[in-house]
Design a binder for this molecule. Structure first.
Ligand code: NDP
Length: 444
């Protein structure tokens, strides 16, 4: 058994009850095999793999809050500070009933490599709670966010750990959390990103993950003799990432025909009406069933199913493990050209392999959705400078970062004899920078 297999076996034995975390570690280790083989002695003696899978710190806490009927409710809060070798911990806060330590650890682990890929000085972390903001009043969301931050504020700061939004954590939640941090710590600093523009937020942050995804898709297709112009695009999700992915795909000449939420999906053969989706999701916080009122000729289907629609480009932008092997088969049978992940780990390992083996240009989320965290790092820079850059300035930087990421992962894959394997490329490029810093820092 080689060093990678030994470590993986130990991780599987120790964390058998954390399936999402094990899935992420297996996927990363598998694609790093060649790099690790080349440096096996050094990495083994320095315990690089054992250290990289073990978070620096895992904070789990009680979040009590009072609902509108006066009853005390209790949720669990998490912050996993995974690795700060190349910069302060950075990563979002997920508020969703499915949140548990395994999910947060998988996201934090992936974040380490993603942040490294951006080329910016940010380490990896992730956090959140099993609180569900859906169906709660603004006051209840505020009560939860204030209680959550009352505990979290002890562990974060502009130079130590800078959380951001994720599923269920948008501008409203970040605002309440920032207010509470400022109140308790007495500090006006860039401790969170995704802030409102009037209090330190960055232009383009809202659009960044979706726009960044499309900048990467554009470069990927260009380098493979193709383009987005005139292509049919299938998108899952109807949240922050999905909406701005759809917006940029449309601006670049693609036709987006589907979007989905946790209860169903829409198919609009003439191209999704984004203004309607924004009104339904961003303003009314309602279900996609409403879409038919705006576009009577569109179709609404209960459950999942967007991957059955014929398309050239597929962009999973909802959540983890939403694109399964059968979905991959349907996409390939329908002639899909590229699948690029907007969400974190939306494709299962089997689906990813099938897409790659069938010649689909597949880019994993840690590379293709890195525009969000990259722009968060640009927000941190602006906060440190106490300046605000223009939309165009940030947008141009974002585009440059995404183009850079594409070439970085393509070159890394090629260097190790795996041309076109962007999963391997992303893991290798992200890993090497972090490991070099870990080696320089000694046993810590
Ligand atoms: P949002 O909460 O804004 O949107 C998530 C969307 O996915 C919603 O449409 C939601 O449906 C749907 N969804 C969530 N869970 C499920 C589920 N279990 N089954 C089916 N649909 C589901 O989140 P974001 O757009 O911010 O995030 C989407 C993904 O992108 C996540 O994986 C996140 O980690 C990743 N990501 C986000 C970044 C960001 O900047 N926002 C940065 C990088 C990655 P409904 O409307 O019904 O809730």
């Amino acid at each position: 058994m080689n060093y990678t297999e030994k470590t993986l076996e130990a991780v599987r034995a120790k964390y058998s009850y954390q399936p999402e975390f094990l899935q992420a570690v297996s996927e990363v280790f598998e694609s790093l095999e060649k790099v690790i083989e080349k440096n096996e002695k050094l990495y083994e003696s320095e315990a690089i793999l054992e250290r990289i899978v073990e978070p620096d710190r895992q904070i789990i806490f009680r979040v009590p809050w009072v609902d509108d009927s006066g009853k005390i409710r209790v949720n669990t809060g998490y912050r996993v500070q995974f690795n700060n070798s190349i910069g302060p911990y950075k990563g979002g806060l997920r508020l969703h009933p499915s949140v548990n330590l395994s999910v947060i650890k998988f996201l934090g682990f992936e974040q380490v490599f993603k942040n490294s890929l951006t080329g910016l000085p940010i380490g990896g972390g992730k956090g959140g709670s099993d609180f569900d903001p859906k169906g709660k009043s603004d006051r209840e969301v505020m009560a939860f966010c204030q209680s959550f931050m009352t505990e979290l504020c002890k562990y974060i700061g502009a130079d130590t750990d800078v959380p951001a939004g994720d599923i269920g954590t948008g501008a409203r939640e970040i605002g309440y959390m920032f207010g509470q941090y400022k109140r308790i710590r007495g500090l006006y600093e860039g401790v969170l990103t995704g802030k409102g523009l009037s209090y330190g937020g960055s232009l383009v942050r809202t659009e960044a993950t979706g726009y960044g995804l499309l900048y990467l898709v554009r470069e990927l297709l260009k380098c493979n003799g193709s383009s987005i112009e005139g292509k049919t695009v299938v998108i899952s999700g109807a949240g922050n990432v999905a909406i701005y992915a759809a917006e940029k795909a449309t601006q670049l000449g693609g036709k987006v025909v589907t979007m989905s939420d946790s209860t169903g999906w829409i198919y609009d053969k003439d191209g999704v009406d984004l203004a309607a989706v924004k009104e339904i999701k961003e303003k009314n916080r309602a279900r996609l069933t409403e879409y038919k009122k705006y576009r009577p000729e569109s179709e609404y289907h209960e459950g999942r199913g967007v991957w059955s629609v014929k398309c050239d480009i597929a962009l999973p932008c909802a959540t983890q493990n939403e694109l399964l092997l059968d979905d991959a088969k349907a996409l390939v049978a329908n002639g899909v050209e590229a699948v690029c992940e907007g969400a974190n780990m939306p494709s299962t390992i089997e689906a990813t392999k099938y897409l790659q083996e069938n010649g689909v240009l597949f880019v994993p989320g840690k590379a293709s959705n890195a525009g969000g965290v990259a722009t968060s790092a640009l927000e941190m820079s602006q906060n440190s400078e106490r300046l605000s850059w223009t939309f165009e300035e940030v947008n141009q930087k974002l585009n440059g970062i995404m183009v850079g990421i594409y070439h970085n992962i393509a070159n890394a894959a090629e260097e190790y004899g795996m041309k076109g394997n962007f999963v391997a490329g992303a893991n290798i490029a992200g890993f090497q920078k972090v490991v070099n810093a870990m080696l320089a820092h000694g046993a810590c």
